[in-house]
Design a protein around this ligand. Structure first.
Ligand code: MG
Length: 418
């Protein structure tokens, strides 16, 4: 394995925690993540162990491995798997390339024994630090990983954890026995990070009894060995997928809706004529607007904003100006096309905000008619449609009354795209 050498310029706080790391010879860049997924998942109620279930299109353990492999301070990642799951694991790895992934090793009959075997497998690699993490926690954030590693500059062990906010009760036969003081209580998550040698020794010397009595996390193993373990902030999303309901909830969160914004801008010049069409409303004027279609500059900007929100190119690629079909076309069909594309994706338009930029004609008297016309085409309520106008103080081409410019912003609620 590539051994990273600690360089002073990597560290920005020469008299802080990282300086301590240098003084004590801790090579902070040599950090292996051990992802423990050797359990059978008795509470999961499925043929396939929970860590191989899919969430948001990817297997849980793939997401977990990728989260660590993609972190700049993780040197390599190793999975600890059940011997029966080798084929499942190989199929998972084929889901997508994961850099710096070591060959998996087989775990034992309990979590504690699996971690111990995983640590033994790293002896030859001799990392400075190891982060131990549950395979069933695929939503660990890069920030959480970072905080654990940072804490190891001054601590032998550090775990991600969250303070308990709920009131705790102890019970007897279904009734409250007493209220437990939650002061100083934390929920332990993973990753749990350690100086490699220290946690290896702690595990080697920790009794291994039956799976029922063995320790359920590595901070407990460290604690038995008398190591000081620091608490750093975990994150609430870093859930452990234990039941099928957890998997469904995670799936819902990942596939929930997202809000996307697009903007559009358009200009048309004046030409001979006696009316302009803005937002589909015909307004008497000393000039007309020049264009291949009806030159409705407002609807063109709105159409581009909606197309932009869903990443669907622009009005010109959907309706090429050279195409005879759109000669003198009413622009509400362009807007309707953008609306249909959004509907096909299961999306909905949240709001649109349009600004017309011209000296004349005056927009105010026609504002309400424009909102109604746009509401009809988009099929949304008028309170979701804003039509505004401004002049440019007689500056520029709009100030010289050579044409009209329009800009628009649209927000679209759509299914989260992977
Ligand atoms: Mg146009």
């Amino acid at each position: 394995m590539k051994k990273h050498v600690c360089k002073l310029e990597h560290f920005g706080d020469p008299f802080g925690q990282k300086f301590y790391a240098i003084c004590y010879g801790i090579d902070m860049s040599s950090c292996i993540a051990l992802v423990v997924g050797a359990g059978r998942g008795h509470r999961f109620g499925s043929e396939v162990p929970k860590q191989y279930g899919h969430v948001g299109g990817y297997p849980v353990i793939w997401r977990t491995l990728a989260a660590f492999a993609g972190h700049p301070k993780i040197t390599a990642v190793r999975a600890v798997i059940h011997p029966d799951d080798r084929n499942l694991y190989d199929a998972v790895i084929a889901s997508g390339e994961i850099p710096n992934l070591l060959e998996p090793v087989f775990g034992g009959p309990s979590r504690q024994q699996s971690v111990c075997l995983g640590l033994e497998s790293l002896v030859a690699l001799n990392p400075e630090l190891v982060l131990i993490h549950d395979a069933a926690r695929p939503f660990v954030s890069g920030d959480t990983i970072e905080r654990v590693i940072e804490a190891l500059a001054s601590s032998k062990g550090a775990i991600a954890a969250l303070p308990v906010h709920d009131t705790l009760k102890s019970s007897a036969e279904g009734f409250v026995k007493t209220t437990v003081d939650r002061t100083g209580l934390w929920r332990a998550q993973t990753p749990q990070g350690f100086q490699f040698i220290d946690i290896l020794e702690a595990h080697r010397s920790c009794p291994k009894n039956s799976p029922e009595t063995e320790l359920t996390d590595d901070a407990a193993v460290a604690e038995k060995a008398g190591m000081a373990v620091e608490l750093v902030a975990g994150n609430p999303d870093n859930i452990k997928i234990t039941t099928m309901d957890d998997l469904k909830l995670a799936e819902q969160n990942l596939t929930s809706m997202e809000y996307r914004t697009g903007m559009g801008f358009d200009v048309h010049r004046f030409c001979k004529g006696d009316q302009v069409t803005l937002c589909g409303v015909s307004i008497p004027h000393a000039f007309a607007l020049d264009g291949h279609s009806d030159a409705d500059v407002a609807l063109h900007a709105l159409t581009d904003a909606l197309l932009g929100a869903i990443g669907a190119e622009d009005i010109g690629s959907h309706f090429p100006p050279g195409d005879g079909r759109w000669k003198d076309a009413s622009s509400d069909q362009f807007l309707g096309h953008a609306r249909n594309l959004i509907s096909k994706q299961g999306g909905e338009i949240v709001n649109v905000d349009l600004t017309l930029i011209c000296e004349d004609p005056k927009i105010g008297p026609h504002r309400q008619a424009m909102r109604e016309a746009v509401a009809t085409v988009l099929g949304i309520q008028q309170h979701r449609i804003s039509v505004k106008a401004t002049t440019t103080e007689q500056l520029g081409f709009t100030g010289r009354k050579e044409g009209i410019a329009a800009q628009a912003v649209a927000t679209v609620k759509t299914a989260r795209l992977a």
